[in-house]
Write a protein that binds this ligand. Structure first.
Ligand code: ATP
Ligand code: MG
Length: 420
């Protein structure tokens, strides 16, 4: 029998590679061997149904967490009680972690601190999820279950709240950001009107969210194909600047156009820098607002720092010096942001040419070591480091010469100057 969603037949996912994988089958059969039902849920099923790439696999089951632990361990799999009071057990098979969560019903919801009870009712579990496109389940054989009839929305690419958007947002204000994030990732056309209206009306609730939760959704949103259009709509009601402090949607639009002209993949942090006006003095604030990691913060701070190398009219050796000192990635970041903030066309040949310098040129290694300095006549000590640094500055300014005699002559000059 073919399953349907209303009148629309649901395809079978029997051929989905992640379903056939040993790790998935082992977990589903281990739980089913105890007489329970277990199904893959959420993003994996949704994405497979529209042919989008599938990242992680989540499983929903009628078995309670301790039963899940017992059954999977009995089947020889490793189980970790990662969130047992919320119903989640992580099972590790073939080095792949897979989250197994018991079907739940919300009793009370305060953002992430929802009080839940377990249930064996798939419809109840589906109702506490956020959007109709996020409530599909798929069993071990590939049969898709759609208890709330979300499949037509998925086919029409509509991101619609399950139930009343106002109620659902009041339960968890993060759903405002998730609404825009999933719209940017999956929707066609304008955001769903009811969802948009409720999001705008309840926007004040965003202030109570933790930086970590905001961060996760905002970075996903920014990396999405339709980010710029969705952020425009958000900022039409002041929502993006409410979250980020500043939101320059025109700058994001320009960066997106440059990325498109270069056929570059979207980069969330770069887009954040453009949108949120990452400039010296602003980056610390962004770090706080989104609890950025040190690496992310450093990347953002670095790209926001103006540099004379980020100019296609500057001599090429300025760009090479920058690449030598800070690396190709940092160079690309800075160039893209400077291009975005310039008035040059988004398909400007000079910017494009300069930006591609790291593809044509690799920074050489410094051709002198401490031992060479001592061989040139300097005793071990702090002066060796000083000579090395002077030599390096000279070598970079001279555009990385390689002739042995020239290098030896320069070195002996610096050694002499340091001895006198
Ligand atoms: P992807 O991981 O590809 O971004 P996903 O749909 O798996 O998409 P997750 O954030 O991993 O998204 O959440 C998994 C599922 O849990 C969702 O599909 C949704 O059903 C449910 N869910 C997650 N967060 C919420 C929330 N804040 N409110 C209601 N349901 C949620
Ligand atoms: Mg997921």
């Amino acid at each position: 029998m073919t399953a349907t969603s209303g009148d629309t037949p649901l395809p079978s996912l029997a051929d989905a590679p992640w379903l056939g994988r040993h790790a998935t089958q082992a977990v589903l059969s281990a739980i089913e061997s105890g007489g329970y039902a277990a199904r893959v849920v959420g993003g994996a099923v949704r994405n497979e149904l529209i042919g989008a790439p599938v990242k992680d696999i989540d499983v929903a089951t009628t078995a309670e967490p301790r039963e899940v632990m017992r059954l999977v361990e009995h089947a020889g799999l490793k189980a970790v009680p990662t969130g047992i009071e919320h119903g989640t057990v992580t099972v590790i098979t073939d080095h792949t972690p897979l989250e197994v969560t018991t079907l739940r019903r919300d009793i009370e919801t305060f953002g992430r601190h929802a009080r839940v009870t377990f249930t064996t009712d798939w419809v109840e579990d589906a109702r506490r999820r956020d959007f109709t496109i996020n409530a599909f389940y798929c069993d071990r054989t590939g049969a898709v279950h759609d208890p709330l009839g979300g499949y037509p929305d998925l086919l029409a690419r509509v991101v619609r709240f399950i139930g009343d958007p106002h109620d659902r947002i009041r339960e968890d204000y993060l759903r405002i950001l998730r609404f825009f994030r999933f719209t940017a990732e999956y929707a066609r056309g304008a955001p769903d009107a009811a969802g948009l209206e409720a999001s705008v009306e309840l926007a004040a609730g965003l202030s109570g969210l933790s930086a970590e939760r905001i961060r996760a959704e905002m970075l996903r949103l920014l990396a999405a194909p339709r980010a710029v259009d969705v952020v425009d709509v958000m900022e039409g009601a002041g929502l993006a600047s409410r979250v980020l402090g500043i939101a320059e949607t025109g700058t994001l639009r320009r960066l997106t156009a440059i990325e498109a002209a270069l056929a570059r993949e979207p980069d969330a942090l770069l887009r954040l820098a453009a949108l949120a006006a990452a400039r010296p003095g602003r980056t610390l604030e962004l770090r706080e607002k989104l609890r950025l990691s040190s690496a992310e913060y450093e990347r953002l701070a670095r790209m926001a720092l103006p540099d004379k190398a980020f100019d296609p009219e500057a001599p090429e050796r300025e760009a090479k010096a920058f690449i030598y000192r800070h690396g190709s990635e940092t160079f690309r970041d800075g160039m893209l942001l400077a291009w975005t903030n310039s008035s040059a066309p988004t398909d400007d040949a000079r910017w494009r040419e300069r930006l591609s310098l790291p593809e044509r040129w690799t920074a050489p290694a410094l051709p002198v070591r401490g031992a060479d300095v001592m061989e040139a006549g300097l005793a071990a000590g702090p002066a060796v480091g000083r000579v090395m640094r002077t030599f390096e500055d000279w070598w970079i300014a001279e555009d990385f010469p390689t002739e042995h005699l020239r290098l030896a002559y320069a070195l002996s000059r610096f050694v002499k100057a340091n001895r006198d």
